[in-house]
Design a protein around this ligand. Structure first.
Ligand SMILES: Cc1cc2nc3c(=O)[nH]c(=O)nc-3n(C[C@H](O)[C@H](O)[C@H](O)COP(=O)(O)OP(=O)(O)OC[C@H]3O[C@@H](n4cnc5c(N)ncnc54)[C@H](O)[C@@H]3O)c2cc1C
Length: 399
């Protein structure tokens, strides 16, 4: 076997498998994962069911996450970030979400949907103004794209931004905004022209700007400790200096940002799936005969095996997309594949945990039933499952 590999590799530098793909994290990333896991298990896991039951936003835990540097993961050190990158972000988010998906999505949105685009598309003045607040968690960020008539079809948005002297005046509600009621800064996508795509511009809108309001809070099936609210904009005067990127580039910014965001939701899905797998494993491990041999039903063991295999596969898809993004390469279809597979798995794993644990899994205060409710959203936001399939299919047809 070794000889065959050597022969194949002869004359092709880097062709040996050990030089091409390394599935292990670096020692530094492994240490970071351990730190994130310890934080999540001590600061989030013991409280997650309670926060969920009372719909309590975990403000203190998010502040502690900020103190760990978890709110500035993709931001260059020149701006005050840790610059660990998207792969580190995925590793961290799997850990946070395995403990509490509500905290997980808060951290994911802040990093991938707000800080990352500000680093990529923002001016030096905007970065100097907002990063000090965002990176230390004094302000949280929210991303305002969706509206009543524009979810999957984001280009159908109608929120209006009219030029008026040196300002733009924004009007129109934004719906289902994660962290909306807790945020200090919103990235708002609004219509500045008639063209469906080129008529959309991104704006940096501060919570304290006159005319910004917090509307209805949604009652939800899952991630109940993450507030999802309507943001109302009534004659909000935003200086032209708060355009993020150029006039008419908003849709490009929205989609590019979502490629990064999907890595976060794929990692959220991995965390939920892993937590479900751990519940199943813990339950089946107690089922032994008098000699300590497993007696769990084969159906349950095989389900556990399938989930374990799919979890590894989904994690590698997620890490591949994150590495591409860290290398500055396009990762649209790869990020969509990762979210597609991981979010389907999160739902399957959580459903199986509820079934296999029986009464304990489906009880009113059990972790398994929270995982089942939390998993559902992974297939909806930042592009529903069908939309991920659409992105992957377009990538295939463009080959
Ligand atoms: C808890 C929560 C938090 C959210 N947070 C945010 C946020 O922070 N910021 C933000 O901007 N938005 C947010 N959203 C909105 C979210 O991104 C949208 O709900 C999502 O994009 C789907 O849009 P929709 O709900 O309008 O469903 P629709 O677009 O109406 O889709 C309904 C169904 O039709 C399918 N479908 C739609 N179009 C197609 C197509 N072309 N081909 C095949 N199937 C299709 C979809 O896959 C889906 O199954 C959030 C939503 C929720 C529920």
């Amino acid at each position: 076997m070794t000889d065959v590999q050597t022969d194949h590799a002869a004359g092709v530098p880097g062709a040996r498998s050990s030089q091409v793909v390394d599935f292990a994290l670096s020692p530094e990333l492994e240490a970071f994962r351990t730190r994130a896991r310890e934080f999540a298990q001590s600061e989030l896991a013991p409280h997650a069911n309670d926060w969920d039951a009372h719909q309590t936003f975990p403000r203190e835990a998010v502040a502690k996450a900020a103190a760990q540097g978890f709110l500035k993961i993709t931001i260059p050190q020149a701006f005050g970030g840790t610059d660990l990158g998207n792969l580190a972000g995925c590793v961290m988010l799997e850990e946070l979400n395995a403990a509490c998906a509500s905290t997980g999505v808060t951290v994911s949105v802040h990093n991938s949907l707000v800080c990352s685009p500000l680093a990529k598309w923002g001016t030096q003045e905007q970065q100097a103004k907002y990063f000090p607040k965002l990176l230390e968690g004094e302000w949280l960020g929210a991303y305002c794209l969706s509206e009543a008539g524009s979810g999957s079809d984001a280009a159908a948005l109608v929120c209006e931004a009219k030029a008026d002297g040196d300002d733009y005046v924004l009007n129109g509600p934004k719906l289902w905004i994660t962290t909306g009621s807790e945020a200090g800064l919103y990235i708002v996508f609004a219509r500045t022209g008639e063209d469906r795509v080129k008529g959309i511009t991104a704006f940096l809108v501060e919570r304290q700007m006159p005319g910004v309001g917090i509307g209805k809070k949604e009652r939800k099936l899952g991630i109940k400790a993450s507030p999802t609210v309507e943001i109302t904009l009534e004659n909000v005067r935003v200086p032209a200096s708060n355009l993020l990127g150029e006039l008419g580039r908003g849709f490009t910014i929205a989609l590019d940002t979502l490629d990064g965001g999907r890595l976060g939701i794929a990692s959220q899905s991995l965390g939920i799936a892993r937590a479900a797998l751990e519940l199943i494993r813990g339950h089946l491990a107690t089922q032994v005969d008098h000699k300590g041999r497993p007696t769990a039903s084969q159906a349950h063991q095989w389900e556990m095996a399938d989930i374990a295999a799919d979890l590894d596969a989904s994690r590698f898809l997620t890490w591949r997309a994150a590495i591409l993004r860290d290398q500055g390469k396009p990762c649209g279809p790869e990020a969509a594949m990762a979210k597609l597979k991981a979010s389907l798995l999160a739902n399957r794993a959580a459903r199986s945990a509820v079934s296999i644990l029986g009464a304990a899994g489906g009880g009113l205060t059990g972790t398994a039933e929270r995982l089942l409710r939390d998993a559902r959203i992974c297939e909806i936001y930042e592009g529903a499952t069908d939309i991920q399939r659409l992105v992957v299919a377009r990538g295939e047809l463009a080959r």
